[in-house]
Ligand binder design. Structure first.
Ligand SMILES: NC(=O)c1ccc[n+]([C@@H]2O[C@H](COP(=O)([O-])OP(=O)(O)OC[C@H]3O[C@@H](n4cnc5c(N)ncnc54)[C@H](O)[C@@H]3O)[C@@H](O)[C@H]2O)c1
Ligand SMILES: O=C(O)C(=O)C[C@@H](O)[C@H](O)[C@H](O)COP(=O)(O)O
Ligand SMILES: [Zn+2]
Length: 358
C-alpha cells in the first residue's frame, strides 16, 4: 500500500508537501495549463528525471530537459543563465512551469530559475535527498551562491506543491542522508523535541532509509518547517529560527569553497549555536551538551579547524540576519524556546568557537 501524507503549508500561496512512494502520477495535477515544462536535474538523478519526463509527455506536455551541474556547483549564476537561455529558446510563457529534481542544491537553483523567469512562473520541486525533503524544497526560499557567500542572491517563491518520493532515498549516499539529519535535529531543538527522543532511542534506525523511523522523522520535520514558513514566508520574524546553527555553517561552506555538505556544516554550526547560547547565560548545560551527543551519535562532525576563526568571523559578517555591523544569532533559551542574540561581542563569539575548535 502506498500511504500518502499531505502536509499543508499555509500563507497567501498555500500548497501541500506530499510524502509517499513514487508520486510521479501526482505531478501533472499540480501544473494545470502548463503546456511546456522544463525538467531540471543533474546526472546522478537522470533516471528519476526520465520517469518524470515520460509522465509529463504522456500527459501531453512539451518537455525541455535541462541537465544542470551537480550539487553546489549548480548553484551559480552561470547555470541559472544557461537554464534561462533554454527556456527562452523553447518559448516558455507565464503559463509554463519548471520541475526541479534532486537534492537541495537542484531545488534551490530550479526555484530561482522559475522565480526570475518572466518575474515568476510556477514550479514544483521533487526533492530526492533527505535534506531536500525536510527542508530545502519546502518554504519557497530559492537561490544561488555568489563570490561573497552562500545563498546571497535569491527570491522567496513558493512552489505549487512538493513531492517527496521516499523511494529516492534508497540510492542516496549514506553521507548525504546523514547530512540531512542535521536539519532534522535542528527542528528537534528549535521546535519538536520528539525528534530528539526518537533519534536518541535508535540513531542507527534514523540513518537507515529502510527503517520506518526515517519517514516519521521526515514528517515531524516537514510539519515544523510548514508551520514556521506558513506564517512568515519572507522571514520578517519567526522564520529566522530555521537559521539556528546557520551563521557559522554558511561561513564554513564559504571557507571550504562549497566542498562541504551543507548538513555537515550545519552540524558544526548547531554545536556552536548551543555553546553560544550556554555562554551567553541562556541555555542549561544538559540541553547544550545534548547537541554534541546527538550529532556525534549520528556520525556528524562537531568540530572545525581552530586556525580558521578569523576567516570564519569575516565570512559571518555577510550573513543575511546581520543588521549593519551587528551580527545576529538564533539562540536557545531552553529546548524549543528560541530567541535572537543581537550584536554579541567578538570575545563571546570566539569563546563559543573555542568549544568547537579542533
Ligand atoms: N531553500 C531552503 O530553504 C534550503 C534549506 C536547506 C538547505 N538548502 C540548500 O540545500 C543544499 C543542500 O542540499 P542536499 O543536502 O540535498 O545536497 P545536494 O543537493 O548538494 O545533494 C547532495 C548529493 O546527493 C546527490 N543526490 C541527491 N539525491 C540523490 C538520490 N536520491 N540518489 C543519489 N544521489 C542523490 C546529489 O546529486 C548530490 O551529489 C544546499 O545548497 C543548501 O544551501 C536550502
Ligand atoms: O528555510 C529557512 O528559512 C531556513 O533558514 C532553512 C535553512 O536550513 C536553509 O539552509 C536556508 O537555505 C538558509 O537560508 P538563508 O536565508 O540563511 O540563506
Ligand atoms: Zn540549512
Amino acid at each position: 500500500m502506498n500511504e500518502i501524507t499531505r502536509i499543508p503549508v499555509g500563507g497567501d500561496q498555500a500548497y501541500d508537501v506530499v510524502v509517499g512512494r513514487g508520486l510521479t502520477d501526482q505531478l501533472s495535477a499540480l501544473l494545470p495549463g502548463a503546456d511546456r515544462v522544463a525538467v531540471l536535474a543533474s546526472a546522478p538523478l537522470a533516471a528519476k528525471a526520465d520517469t518524470i519526463e515520460a509522465a509529463l509527455r504522456a500527459d501531453g506536455r512539451e518537455v525541455t530537459r535541462i541537465e544542470i551541474a551537480d550539487a553546489e556547483s549548480g548553484k551559480t549564476i552561470e547555470t541559472a543563465a544557461a537554464c534561462w537561455d533554454r527556456l527562452g529558446a523553447a518559448g516558455f510563457t507565464r503559463s509554463d512551469a519548471v520541475v526541479a529534481v534532486g537534492g537541495g542544491a537542484a531545488t534551490d537553483l530550479g526555484g530561482y530559475v522559475a522565480a526570475a523567469w518572466l518575474r515568476g512562473v510556477r514550479w514544483v520541486p521533487v526533492p530526492t535527498s533527505l535534506l531536500g525533503m525536510v527542508d530545502a524544497a519546502v518554504g519557497g526560499k530559492t537561490g544561488i551562491n555568489t563570490a561573497a557567500g552562500k545563498n546571497l542572491v535569491g527570491a522567496f517563491h513558493p512552489p505549487a506543491g512538493v513531492l517527496c518520493d521516499l523511494d529516492a532515498l534508497d540510492s542516496l549516499p549514506p553521507a548525504d542522508l546523514r547530512a540531512g539529519l542535521a536539519e532534522v535535529v535542528k527542528c528537534g531543538f528549535i521546535a519538536e523535541p520528539a525528534i530528539l527522543d526518537l533519534v536518541e532511542r535508535d540513531p542507527r534506525a534514523a540513518a537507515d532509509p529502510a527503517d520506518p523511523a526515517v519517514r516519521t522523522l521526515i514528517e515531524y520535520a516537514v510539519r515544523v518547517k510548514a508551520d514556521v514558513v506558513g506564517g512568515d514566508l519572507k522571514e520578517s520574524g519567526r522564520r529566522e529560527i530555521l537559521n539556528y546553527g546557520h551563521t557559522l555553517a554558511h561561513a564554513i561552506e564559504k571557507v571550504e569553497h562549497y566542498t562541504w555538505r551543507h548538513g555537515d556544516a550545519v552540524a558544526v554550526g548547531l554545536v556552536f549555536a548551543a555553546e553560544l547560547s550556554r555562554r551567553a547565560g541562556r541555555l542549561d548545560d544538559a540541553t547544550a551538551d545534548r547537541h554534541r551527543a546527538i550529532l556525534t551519535a549520528l556520525g556528524l562532525p562537531t568540530g572545525y579547524d581552530a586556525d580558521a576563526w578569523p576567516e570564519l568571523l569575516a565570512a559571518m559578517r555577510v550573513d543575511k540576519k546581520a543588521r549593519g555591523s551587528r551580527l545576529r544569532f538564533i539562540v536557545l533559551d531552553a529546548l524549543a524556546e528560541t530567541d535572537v542574540l543581537d550584536g554579541p561581542s567578538d570575545a563571546l563569539l570566539a569563546d563559543a568557537f573555542s568549544a568547537v575548535a579542533a
